[in-house]
Design a binder for this molecule. Sequence first.
Ligand SMILES: [Fe+2]
Length: 220
Amino acid sequence: MTKQKINTHEVIDIVVNILNARDPYTSIHSWRVAELSVMMATAMSVPEKEKEIIHIAAHLHDIGKIGIPDKVLNKTGSLTFEEKEQIQAHPRIGHNILKRLPMFREISCIVLHHHERFDGFGYPEGLKGESIPLASRIISLADTIDAITADRPYRKAKSTEDCFGEIELHTGSQFCPTVISNMAKIRNDIEVVLNKLKIREIKHYAFVGHEELMHSRRLI
Ligand SMILES: [Fe+2]
């Protein structure tokens, strides 16, 4: 058998498409989280190489949801203790999937910690403050912004203004103050991007190639 060099972006494209096939909502949500995360990383002057890692990690942050049964993942009512535990296992499942590939090792750690809280009361490891990777702190905030401003079967989307107000109440407890102050600088840009991304449908997303998915910040 001829040896072929593995192209990182081709592997990422396959993984993202597996997620899209299994759970289109999570895949589209992750795409918006990736855009927002890169915007915040840019506002924080994060070097290009790290920004690319943040972008990929954001696309894959919820990949562990592949391991959660549909009836739990899509449940609209309140969750039992066991169901909550199953959902909260997704960062570790994602980490275990991604860490097997050496090229994804750093990304797997970012994914592992995307539900930690700045005050140490998050999961899975209860890391606190700056011991949480910066990329995970950025993705955590982008994840929440998208969750609050998107319509879900169990609640209506909130305006970006209400979303920012709500998030700022959790500065220093759930979210990193440094990341929040950088978010504040680009509030208008975030609002513009969120509105544009809402216009784009699953139809479009299903056909984007990995080049656009991974590198282009261009919006239509
Ligand atoms: Fe998550």
